[in-house]
Design a protein around this ligand. Structure first.
Ligand code: GTP
Length: 321
């Protein structure tokens, strides 16, 4: 099930390569390595990774540009059993995304047994329209030896047969070791429809910059306090403006952002003794933002309480959900 023959030279000796372009998304349980894989394919940091579940809240697209194809990667939040309104909304976002893409890749870590979380998602995939190709990506192969990997590949194959998902490919990769990432792109491209490029060359993401900036701040704010504040931090960038009166060769971007927490008692955790933690969050996220936007940044952070924001539809809308 691939259209590799399309890219072989034609009899006239010219390359009869139709340009292909389309959307792919990686799904999988939290922490399966979806964001890291997206980054590895695109070759720069576009999606936000973390060593904890459910940090990818927004649909972030990275664009892989190749002479023969353009692969637009849509990164979705992990599908999970919803417990809150936010959880339900996230699942809706995930399903909507699946229905709109040209190929879906289910990520399953090589170093963990296939569990209820993977089955839950694979079952959803089985219900997706037939003509959307589904591939299985066995991630983090650097963490296991050859025989464990072979076993996992067999288990993934069995999972597909059992649940009625017809894998177009089963591909083992390591995003961090850069192993087989190119091959994955090669296998994804033929599954895309023939189409001219969808994005101008050089575009890595069409996610609004403010959302990316907010994600970087949230990532820094969660660092080290995830156990205390699992899903209780949201960040909204209120304003992003070039500082007036600066010489052209010394621009400065003023960014004002609010870090929302759910309860006043969480304020101390985020701010830290004498504001030390918040200062540190500011320094670390500023460096990331400067790297992302390529300009010096002045970052102004405020911590605010948005009571029970995960359960309140009005707050959710304000926070962009
Ligand atoms: N050793 C190794 N670790 C990896 C690899 N890919 C991802 N990881 C690690 O696995 C953890 C989760 O990776 P993410 O890319 O954030 O996972 P995700 O599926 O996007 O997670 P959510 O956003 O929670 O859905 C991070 O600590 C990564 O560094 C890999 O190829 N090898």
């Amino acid at each position: 099930m691939n259209a590799m023959s399309d890219s072989s030279p034609s009899r006239t000796g010219q390359l009869a390569t139709p340009h292909r372009a389309g959307f792919a998304c990686f799904v999988g349980r939290p922490n399966a390595g979806k964001s890291t894989l997206t980054n590895a394919l695109v070759g720069t940091k576009v999606a936000i990774t973390s060593n904890r579940p459910q940090t990818t809240r927004h649909t972030v697209r990275g664009v892989v540009h190749r002479p023969d194809a353009q692969l637009v990667l849509v990164d979705t939040p992990g599908l999970h059993k919803p417990r809150t309104l936010l959880g339900e909304r996230l699942n809706d976002v995930v399903r909507t995304t699946w229905a709109e893409v040209d190929v879906v890749g289910l990520c399953i870590p090589a170093d963990q047994r296939i569990g209820p979380g993977d089955r839950f998602i694979a079952k959803e995939l089985a219900g997706l329209r037939k003509r959307t190709p589904k591939i299985a990506v066995v991630t983090k192969t650097d963490l296991v030896d050859q025989s464990a990997l072979a076993e996992q590949l067999i288990a993934v194959d069995r999972l597909g047969k059992e649940l009625g998902v017809d894998w177009a490919e089963i591909v083992p990769v390591s995003a961090t070791a850069g192993r087989q990432v190119e091959l994955l792109a090669d296998l994804l491209v033929p599954l895309l429809p023939e189409s001219p490029p969808l994005y101008p060359d050089g575009d890595l993401t069409d996610e609004p910059e403010q959302v990316m900036v907010a994600e970087l701040i949230r990532e820094a704010a969660l660092e080290g306090v995830r156990d205390e504040l699992p899903h209780s931090i949201a960040v909204v960038v209120e304003e992003m403006l070039p500082r007036e009166g600066r010489p052209a060769d010394k621009p400065l971007l003023d960014i004002h952002a609010n870090v929302y927490i759910e309860r006043p008692s969480q304020k101390g955790i985020v701010i830290g003794p004498k504001g030390a933690r918040l200062k540190d969050v500011g320094v670390r996220s500023r460096q990331q933002i400067e790297a992302l936007l390529g300009t010096p940044v002045y970052l102004d952070l405020h911590v605010k309480v948005a009571k029970d924001w995960q359960r309140d539809p009005r707050q959710l809308r304000k926070l962009g959900f």
